[in-house]
Every structure is written in C-alpha cells, then in structure tokens.
Write a protein that binds this ligand. Structure first.
Ligand SMILES: [Cu+2]
Length: 212
C-alpha cells in the first residue's frame, strides 16, 4: 500500500439551531475535497460508555465482504453469513481479535464477539482479494460514512466528545479531536484526511461464479 501522511483539518463549517433535536452531522472528504466513503467516525464521551446492543453482520456476497468497513462497539457479536455458493474461510490476524471461521457455507455456528477496541482486518483464506475492516470502538456513537461521506448522530447527549476518525487508507492511527456537542443544535463538521483509493471489489474477471 502506498502510504500517505494522514492529515486532519477539522473545521466547524456551520452551526445553526434546529430546535429540540440534538444531532451532529460529520462529513469526511479526501485531500481533493471529494466525499470519502467507509470512514469510521466515533464520538466518545469517556464518562459515559453505555453499551448499546446492535444487530451486526459482515456478509460475504459475490466474493466480497459487505460492508467493506463496519464499526461496532466493544462487546458486539458479529455474524458472518455466507450468501455465496462457494465456501469462505474468514479470518483475522489483527491483535484486537484473532479468529478464524473455518470453511463454511451459509452461517457459521456462532457469531464472533469483539472485546477489544481496535481495527480488525478481515481476510478469506480461499479468496486472497477479499478484504474488509471492522472498527471496534468504545462508544455507542459510532458510524461509518456513506457515499456522501456523511454520518449523522441523532439524539446524542450534549457535552464534550472525543471525535475519532479512521479510514483504511490513512497512514496513521485514527485521528482524534475534541468536539463540543450542544443540545438543540445541528452541528456540521467537515474533516479531511489524505487518502488513497483502493479497490474493494473483486478484481475484474472474478464473478460470483468464480470457483478457486
Ligand atoms: Cu472466500
């Protein structure tokens, strides 16, 4: 992977009152200002780490992990359903969670519980080009940017939060910055990281019917 220095330029773009709803919208762009999909965004209040149980899965479909980047709180049990006809062998060697789900079709016997914060790089022993990432954070306020490079946190209590931002192609640990969340306001931040586009789909020629 070509490495770029990760640069965070956090700036408050606009801030306006919308009444009773507390919401924070964060937009992540790349160095060129283009919306950056697949960035994990966490808002952490160290004094308030309530666990919010979420249904979580990373499926394998058309020889691709979906989603490419997901973000869950510590303690989340993640399912790895296989929607393909071929079998997969999902693994991680990442320190935050080492595991493997030996060759399986349909659904593995049990979900994987992630109990440490960190980045988990997923791979498949059969299909080298399959890759995906799971960001495990401490906060329940944890999302991944959509195609517009955006996440929206609704109903977030007011206070000071540590904003953590991570993207697979940044050359650094995740970036952090303190942000002030105020009740009754819609606040938008735009953050820029230097990133490099990498393919996240199977290489051309590898279709769903591809058999190793
Ligand atoms: Cu596979």
């Amino acid at each position: 992977m070509t490495l770029f220095a990760a640069v965070l330029s956090g700036c408050l773009l606009f801030c306006f009152s919308t009444g009773a709803i507390a919401a924070v919208q964060i937009t992540v762009t790349d160095q060129q200002g283009q919306p950056l999909e697949d960035a994990a965004v966490e808002l952490l209040d160290p004094a308030n780490k309530i666990f919010a149980q979420k249904k979580a899965e990373v499926k394998q479909q058309d020889l691709t992990f979906i989603p490419f980047v997901s973000a869950y709180q510590i303690g989340t049990a993640v399912d790895f359903p296989n929607m393909d006809k071929t079998r997969h062998h999902v693994y991680s060697f990442s320190p935050a969670k080492v595991f493997e789900l030996k060759l399986y079709a349909n659904k593995p016997e049990a979900p994987v519980v992630f109990d440490l914060a960190g980045i988990i790089a997923l791979g498949c022993n059969i299909h080298d080009y399959m890759q995906a990432y799971i960001y495990i954070g401490e906060s329940p306020f944890l999302q991944v940017t959509d195609g517009k490079g955006q996440v929206t946190f609704n109903d977030i209590p007011d206070g000071t939060y540590q904003l953590k931002l991570w993207h697979p192609w940044q050359n650094a640990d995740w970036v952090t910055q303190n942000v002030q969340i105020k009740q009754g306001q819609l606040m938008s931040y735009q953050l820029a990281i230097t990133a490099q586009e990498k393919p996240k789909k199977p290489k051309k020629g590898f279709g769903a019917s591809y058999t190793p």
